[in-house]
Ligand binder design. Structure first.
Ligand code: FEO
Length: 141
């Protein structure tokens, strides 16, 4: 049966923007991937397919973190180590979720999706918003 809901878990909002094109573009992709996973979960998609979407989300996240870390390092961002540490912690958390999902210890439930949404948006609104003024001052847009 086709999903009857059009609920979007996490609509993109300009409040998430850090006003740096490449980062906003990657954040939009991440938000879209969380929404895609949510829709797939609501639509009753099978575990294997959900696992593929989750895996793609994690790979894209790791690539996105690398982009930010390279920008911060190349411009000498003073809080680089703290931000890198937040990325490492977020990566570990989501890899743990993936591991438990694969071992059937946790399902991709509404609660798990809320967790992923908060995992992403709290980091953008917290840590990512902090480096934006520094990178703006270096001429990044
Ligand atoms: Fe956009 Fe620090 O991750």
């Amino acid at each position: 049966m086709m999903p009857t809901t059009t609920t979007v878990l996490c609509p993109w909002s300009d409040t998430y923007s850090v006003q740096i094109g490449i980062i906003d573009s990657q954040h939009k992709s991440l938000v879209n991937m969380v929404n895609e996973l949510h829709q797939a979960m609501l639509g009753g998609m099978g575990k294997q397919q959900l696992g593929i979407i989750l895996s793609n989300l994690i790979k894209y996240t790791q690539s996105h973190f690398k982009t930010e870390e390279n920008l911060m390092q190349s411009h000498g961002y003073p809080d680089y180590m703290s931000h890198k540490s937040a990325h490492d912690s977020l990566t570990k958390t989501v890899l743990d979720l993936q591991d438990r999902f694969r071992r059937n210890e946790v399902g991709l439930t509404v609660e798990a999706m809320d967790f992923l949404k908060n995992w992403l948006t709290n980091h953008i609104l917290g840590s990512d918003k902090k480096f934006a003024p520094f990178l703006h001052a270096k001429g990044l847009r």
